[in-house]
Design a protein around this ligand. Structure first.
Ligand SMILES: [Zn+2]
Ligand SMILES: [Zn+2]
Length: 98
């Protein structure tokens, strides 16, 4: 069956329960394949996100690109960051200076 991610990508998957669609090795956000050999394999993490279809949850992966957050200090998009209670997202490079 087809489902739509929050960013509007249409993904193909199989329903494993009434409300969960297993989209395999596909990013639950951007809908890109992130299986071995795509370049998105290394930093992917297992993830579940709601689909745009009401009541549907996508079960797949979050690719490295979709895990990027903007550091509040250097304003770079970074993969390695932690949540500072007062500042917000701080990358590991800036984290040591806080
Ligand atoms: Zn992605
Ligand atoms: Zn930073």
């Amino acid at each position: 069956m087809k489902a739509t991610t929050q960013s509007g990508a249409v993904v193909e998957g199989k329903a494993i329960t009434r409300c969960t669609v297993d989209i395999g090795e596909t990013c639950v956000e951007c809908g890109k394949a992130c299986d071995f050999g795509t370049g998105l394999f290394v930093n992917r993490i297992p993830a579940e996100l709601p689909a745009q279809e009401y009541g549907t949850t996508l079960d797949g992966y979050l690719c490295a690109e979709c895990q990027l957050e903007v550091c509040v200090l250097c304003l770079k998009k970074v993969l390695d960051w932690s949540m500072d209670p007062s500042l917000g997202v701080v990358c590991d490079d800036c984290g040591g200076e806080v």
